[in-house]
Design a binder for this molecule. Structure first.
Ligand code: ZN
Length: 254
């Protein structure tokens, strides 16, 4: 008999500044963007959901907490520089050792995302209340299960190419914007033992994280990226040979 599906431990990290400082954003996300995302996971079930925000001690993301996390979601926008290098490094190490990371919207400029991809993550952008159409390139992929061939968001911020990231291992969605630009809006990369997902929509002044297809994609991205294994990727052992070799135990001169 196959094992019962395990509970996936999700940690949702949110900068949580716009919702505190801006009336429009607070009205859209009274429990914070992290609260709306947590609700999306809880609706589906099968997840143990926690949240963390910038102003908590250590931003709520200590190595110990990450060790207990299968997948981390990341929403940040105006305070990337206030995230400590130690926290960014902890996220990077956790991903390399198997934790999943789902980076949302303006997290393309976050420290963990840039460290893991090794590029700037820059792009062109515009706030003009324009329509976005996301085209589903991989309806067979677990992240896009049950998602229609195209998803329309009536108003979103525009993100356009060139998106400064390494070629994704998997390109799952492309966005078209009313103003003419296109963008690689759902991508995955493997880093060490971990998976990184980037999903574009989610500007704070629009109700994007209440959209059922967006919520479905976020939850399925979390489930897909969740750690399948945790192993310290820093281990680089001196290996005993399995078969006879000419000089076993030969001195290694540094
Ligand atoms: Zn934005």
């Amino acid at each position: 008999m196959p094992d019962a599906p395990r509970t996936v431990r999700v940690l949702i990290w949110n900068e949580h500044l716009h919702e505190v400082e801006n009336e429009t954003v607070r009205a859209l996300y009274p429990a914070g963007i992290h609260g709306a995302l947590a609700e999306a996971f809880e609706e589906v079930g099968g997840f143990e959901v926690g949240t963390a925000t910038l102003n908590e001690p250590d931003h709520g993301i200590t190595p110990a907490r990450l060790q207990e996390t299968d997948v981390l979601l990341w929403w940040g926008h105006k305070a990337h520089d206030r995230v400590s290098d130690a926290a960014a490094e902890a996220v990077q190490e956790a991903v390399l050792s198997g934790m999943g990371l789902v980076v949302l919207h303006s997290g393309h400029l976050s420290k963990p995302f840039r460290r893991l991809l090794g590029t700037h993550g820059s792009l062109r952008w515009r706030e003009a209340d324009e329509k976005e159409r996301l085209w589903n390139l991989r309806p067979d992929h677990p992240i896009l299960e049950g998602v229609p061939d195209q998803v329309t968001l009536e108003q979103e911020e525009m993100y356009g190419e060139r998106f400064d990231v390494p070629d994704p291992d998997e390109l799952l969605m492309i966005s078209w914007f009313q103003g003419g630009e296109v963008f690689r809006s759902l991508c995955t990369w493997q880093r060490g033992y971990g998976s990184v997902v980037y999903f574009r929509p989610g500007h704070e002044t629009y109700p994007t994280y209440h959209h059922p297809d967006v919520r479905r994609i976020v939850v399925q991205a979390g489930r897909w990226a969740a750690a399948r294994l945790r192993r310290d990727a820093r281990d680089s052992p001196n290996a005993d040979a399995l078969e006879p070799v000419p000089n076993p135990g030969k001195e290694h001169i540094l």
